[in-house]
Ligand binder design. Structure first.
Ligand code: HSE
Length: 434
């Protein structure tokens, strides 16, 4: 057996502690599979005194992750601190600059600085591995980069945030409030340190930016992503979706079109019979449409200590074996600058929930605003019953449209709002068909 691989881990939260436990539990199998013993020889975290329920044994403690990244006590730096800037970025750059391979779960860092970090890793001829950055335990990075190398991919989409899927599932199934579901997700260790990243859709966007680059051979382009989170979703939307034969999921979608790549993150109505609609709780799912394999869906745990540690340890094992892939599947100079397709040109069906002043002509007006833009309605439904005393007060009206474009639907809604029949900000949810 060749010399052991000495690992330094920065960040001992839920994932860091699970990585240490998993390396310990699988020590024998990992040594057999990689031909090397893997030992944790350095650690760094914010608070040395906190009980994390793990033994760090003889590993040297570093107060400063950057010092750990540069230390000659380690051969591989594992970054589990998080955040696109600050100490996480400095430490990763320090490790790569000093010729050490890096394993990271940091999607925010990769979405923002993935290209420069990949270039640095390439120049230094060391690995930059990030399987854990997307979809927790699902090996989607390897699948896109190695497993589907013989395919041309046309679309990649999925449920990429366990916290949001957990919240939407619990709201739908238990009728619980948004806030209570979020608190549960936090207590289970799924949510980001700042949960706005989850519920605002940004975490999904970071992951989508990485998948898009891997799928289409383009430079990471996170700024091009249209991002909406789930904070506007109400129980009544989930119930209406159910009645209409849909479920609401937060999806990240990247699609190759004739005019460029469309990247979007938003709550989406998916048919209840579709595979993606069956994915509940913290589970993630990624579907890839490609020419040779046709359609491939991977489903698995998208967040949580053990699931994410599984992906981190797989990357550590690759480094132990001496594997060094181009981080985004191609040499950085060959990654194309992506052509962007604007969200206004997105085509699809729409669910629209309006709060409409219950007066004669209200529904006809809305239907007219749609018809004059050639928007065809699949259904229109007024919810609830008017009481005599409340004539003219707002009632919910739900519309489902056939395929149209984002720009057209927005124009129609703006026109209907200006006509004065609509009481509140309309809810607009896109429909994704398989
Ligand atoms: N907060 C993330 C999620 C963790 O809920 O999916 C995994 O990236």
């Amino acid at each position: 057996m060749t010399t052991s691989l000495r690992v330094g881990i920065a960040g001992l939260g839920t994932v860091g502690a699970s990585v240490i436990r998993l390396l310990e539990r699988q020590a024998g199998a990992l040594a057999a599979r990689t031909g090397r013993r893997i030992s944790v020889t350095g650690v760094s975290a914010r608070d040395r005194s906190r009980d994390r329920g793990v033994e760090i044994g003889d590993a040297k403690w570093f107060d400063d992750p950057v010092a750990l990244a540069r230390s000659s006590d380690i051969d591989l730096f594992v970054e589990l601190v998080g955040g696109a800037e600050g100490v996480a970025r400095e430490a990763v750059e320090a490790a790569l600059s000093s010729g050490k391979p890096v394993v990271t779960a940091n999607k925010a860092l990769l979405a923002k600085h993935g290209m420069s970090l990949a270039k640095l890793a390439e120049d230094k001829r060391v690995a930059l591995a990030f399987e854990a950055s997307v979809a927790g335990g699902i090996p989607i990075v390897k699948t896109l980069r190695e497993g589907l190398a013989g395919n041309e991919i046309s679309r990649v989409y999925g449920i990429l945030n366990g916290t949001c899927n957990y919240i939407l599932s619990r709201m739908e199934q238990e009728g619980m409030s948004f806030d209570d579901c979020l608190k549960e997700a936090q207590s289970l260790g799924y949510a980001e340190a700042d949960p706005t990243f989850d519920i605002g859709g940004f975490d999904t966007a970071h992951k989508l930016a990485i998948l898009t680059s891997l799928a289409f051979g383009t430079a990471v382009d996170a700024d091009a992503i249209h991002v909406e989170g789930i904070t506007s979703i109400r129980l009544e939307d989930l119930r209406s979706a159910d009645e209409l034969g849909y479920r609401i999921k937060l999806l990240g979608v990247a699609q190759r079109t004739a005019d460029g790549i469309e990247q979007r993150v938003h709550p989406t109505m998916v048919p209840k019979s579709s595979a993606i609609a069956q994915v509940m709780g913290v589970t993630n799912a990624v579907t890839i449409d490609a020419d040779a394999v046709k359609e491939l869906t991977l489903v698995g745990p998208g967040a949580g200590g053990d699931a994410t540690a599984s992906a981190v340890v797989a990357d550590i094992a690759d480094v132990a074996r001496g594997i060094r892939s181009a981080p985004f599947g191609l040499p950085t100079a060959s990654l194309a600058a992506p052509a962007r397709r604007a969200m206004q040109r997105h085509e699809g069906g729409y669910y629209i929930r309006l709060s409409v002043h219950d007066r004669p002509g209200a529904a006809a007006n809305i239907a007219m605003r749609m018809a004059e833009r050639q928007i065809s309605l699949e259904s229109i439904m007024q919810k609830g019953q008017r009481r005599k005393a409340s004539a003219g007060s707002p009632v919910p009206v739900v519309l489902i449209t056939y395929a149209t474009t984002e720009g057209t639907i927005r124009e129609a809604i703006d026109a209907a709002v200006s006509d004065g029949y609509i009481a509140e900000q309309p809810q607009v949810i896109r429909i994704e068909r398989e």
